[in-house]
Design a protein around this ligand. Structure first.
Ligand code: KG4
Ligand code: ZN
Length: 343
């Protein structure tokens, strides 16, 4: 069964084709991605209307490229999957509209996918796929959540951020330091040359006893620290970046380990853009090693938004029988859609 996946929830247009050969895990047959980062850079962040218009420009050429790469034709598709939410409404509508138009034209069923479920299941496309059950640490630009995952569609929220997401903390701190957009990768690059203990920054909710996060105070602390440094900021920027990264990653690692303990599980899956952070990976690896915990990641290029995770989640939902595709092409999108509400 060939599933086409279309992702357009934010600033990346992603299209991919997976092959779901019955009992085995689906395989990636081809994928293509267009990142809008260059276009949004001039504005210091994502401009939703520009994002939607660019998705319109990219989605069909990317689909053609994916099919060509996989040596497949439109007529070979069995299901067309798309990101139904959460994300930017206008951007989501592009992917949903194109997927449903393709479905109607080809007389194939369509399936709307939850973006975070895509991230959550993306490690199943890696060379070292996890097994259920596991604890998932979802760290993207909009979400920071710890989930217990017992199977496809069986997600229990263990804890989440009460304000900013981890990716947002990276992005906003980077912006305060004048590192531009997107801030996460820039801040982490600069942090490599800095001392993570140079500045004492808060570790919010580290000892709260629950599995929730709070990152909004961190950017204020970074701003205060930058203000104190004044003209010295330029010289100490790498130290401030390293200290910021250390504050974010320490909380993520400690809470992830606490979640595993609470759930009585020895397997962790890390997904979402911040999962690409090398310092987070190193610290998770060290903490997991001490506890005999195995950590699984998506391939590095599938950490940030992509079409493969959407096609994969659709294929896994179909295989698990938790969602039937539909031939009703009247689509809607869900810009706000908690994963816990997913059926
Ligand atoms: O999952 P994603 O691509 O999009 C959302 O669904 O939000 O995540 C994007 C987030 C951004 O906040 C970005 O700064 C962050 O992931 N990010 C990183 C790194 N690469 C991406 N943060 C820290 N270190 C990185 N290497
Ligand atoms: Zn994402």
């Amino acid at each position: 069964m060939l599933v086409l996946g279309i992702e357009s929830s934010c600033d990346e247009t992603g299209v991919a084709l997976v092959d779901a050969p019955g009992r085995e895990l689906p395989r990636l047959r081809g994928d293509a991605l267009h990142s809008q980062i260059e276009m949004h850079r001039a504005y210091g962040g994502v401009v939703p209307e520009l994002a939607s218009r660019d998705h319109i420009r990219r989605v069909l050429p990317l689909t053609q490229a994916v099919l060509a790469r996989a040596g497949a034709q439109l007529a070979d598709l069995d299901v067309v999957a798309y990101t139904r939410g959460p994300g930017l409404a206008g951007a989501l509508l592009v992917g949903a509209g194109v997927a449903c138009a393709l479905g109607a034209a080809l007389d194939r069923p369509v399936l709307g996918v939850h973006h975070l479920e895509g991230h959550l299941l993306s490690p199943f496309l890696s060379s070292d796929p996890p097994e259920f059950p596991f604890v998932a640490l979802l760290v993207s630009g909009g979400h920071t959540q710890l989930m217990r995952v017992d199977g496809v569609g069986r997600y229990e929220l263990l804890g989440e951020t009460i304000d900013d997401a981890a990716g947002e903390a990276f992005d906003k701190s980077a912006k305060l330091m004048g590192l531009g957009y997107p801030g996460g990768p820039a801040l982490s690059r600069l942090a490599e040359q800095g001392d993570p203990q140079a500045f004492k920054l808060p570790r919010p909710l580290l000892h709260s006893g629950d599995l929730d996060f709070s990152f909004a105070g961190l950017k204020t602390a970074v701003l205060t620290q930058a203000g104190k440094l004044g003209a010295d900021l330029e010289r100490r920027k790498a130290d401030l970046a390293a200290s910021t990264q250390a504050a974010i990653t320490e909380v993520l690692v400690r809470k992830a380990m606490a979640a595993l303990e609470q759930a009585g599980l020895q397997r962790l899956v890390v997904a979402g853009g911040v999962g690409a952070n090398q310092s987070l990976r190193a610290q998770l690896g060290a903490a997991a090693g001490k506890r005999n915990v195995r950590v699984h990641y998506p391939e590095l290029n599938l950490c940030t938004d992509n079409g493969a995770m959407i096609a994969m989640a659709a294929a896994m939902r179909l295989a698990a029988g938790v969602q039937a595709p539909t031939r009703s092409y009247a689509f809607d999108v869900r810009p706000r859609w908690p994963l816990s509400q997913l059926q």
